[in-house]
Design a binder for this molecule. Structure first.
Ligand code: GLU
Length: 287
């Protein structure tokens, strides 16, 4: 059975860009008679809050997006991530790193060769190069070639301040929730190479990946919580916002009745869903 997920990090409210991903993910899952799961990626407690998580869940409900399974919170799953990390350490797929963020901005990390031992504190990093491929097949975009990017050279799995990194948690959760396809924004395209490398290291079959276009502003910058994108307000105008998202995803809206409930519009939109209509590039959207 197809199982997809929408996995927001609650570092702000739901903005138009995340809603595009949520609805794209929902339509893809429902068009294949699959499940749509919501997971809250609040592992970085310094950036995330439970108020933001609740606000995102309420916004999703206002537009009739409900998780088909109880919502999982990464902040409750430390023991699980530690087990996966212990396995990678035991296999010697990790190394200790003592670099600070400021140092990493100035020079590449030298620590893999230093073989640092002792108590640390250390960042625990993944020897991603052992497993990284040069290409993968995206379900929307076709063949994707890896771009050389510093982020792929230095993959932290657990930070020295004991916070598990997104890259580890996302793969553990997608494995444990039996996700068959990851639908998310283009911004994570290159990080997918790290995730695929982790699946290989964990000896687990990877799900399919499908990356959706980003909503960008007139300056070409993506809407994100980091640049304080406006929250989408979904109390009174949810049908109108839904229409804008469906247009953004290049879906045919002519036979949809936007005076109906969001639930029935979404049902009809998933019956009509056409993956191959979706643009392969970011699109300016003024919200
Ligand atoms: N939590 C990530 C974000 O909000 C998305 C992770 C994913 O979909 O893999 O950017």
């Amino acid at each position: 059975m197809y199982i997809g997920r929408f996995a927001p990090s609650p570092s702000g409210h739901l903005h138009f860009g995340s809603l595009v991903t949520a609805i794209g993910c929902y339509l893809r899952a429902k068009s294949l008679n699959g499940k749509f799961i919501v997971r809250i990626e609040d592992i970085d407690t310094q950036r995330c809050s439970s108020d933001n998580a609740q606000s995102i869940i309420t916004s999703l409900q206002n537009i009739s997006l409900y998780s088909d399974e109880p919502i999982v919170y990464q902040s409750h799953r430390h023991k699980i991530y530690q087990k996966f990390l212990d396995y990678l350490i035991a296999k010697d797929y990790t190394y200790n790193c003592q670099c600070t963020r400021a140092q990493l901005k100035q020079r590449p990390c030298p620590c893999e060769h230093l073989q640092l031992q002792g108590n640390g504190p250390y960042n625990i990093c993944f020897k991603a190069n052992l497993f990284m491929s040069d290409y993968f097949e995206d379900k929307l975009l076709g063949t994707i070639k890896r771009q050389n990017d510093a982020q792929l050279q230095h993959v932290v799995l657990k930070r020295k301040d004991n916070i598990f990194a997104y890259n580890l948690c996302v793969v553990c959760d997608d494995i444990l929730q039996n996700i068959t396809e990851v639908v998310r924004g283009f911004d994570l395209l290159n990080m997918t190479f790290v995730h695929l490398a982790l699946y290989k290291a964990l000896n687990h079959q990877a799900p399919d990946f499908l990356h959706l276009p980003l909503a960008i502003n007139e300056q070409g910058v993506k809407y994100s919580k980091q640049n304080h994108a406006k929250a989408v307000i979904l109390e009174k105008n949810s049908q109108q916002v839904l229409k804008e998202v469906l247009c953004f995803l290049d879906q045919n809206i002519l036979d949809l009745d936007f005076s109906q409930s969001c639930d029935s519009i979404l049902k009809q939109a998933s019956l009509n869903f056409k993956l191959d209509k979706i643009a392969h590039h970011s699109k300016v959207f003024i919200y």
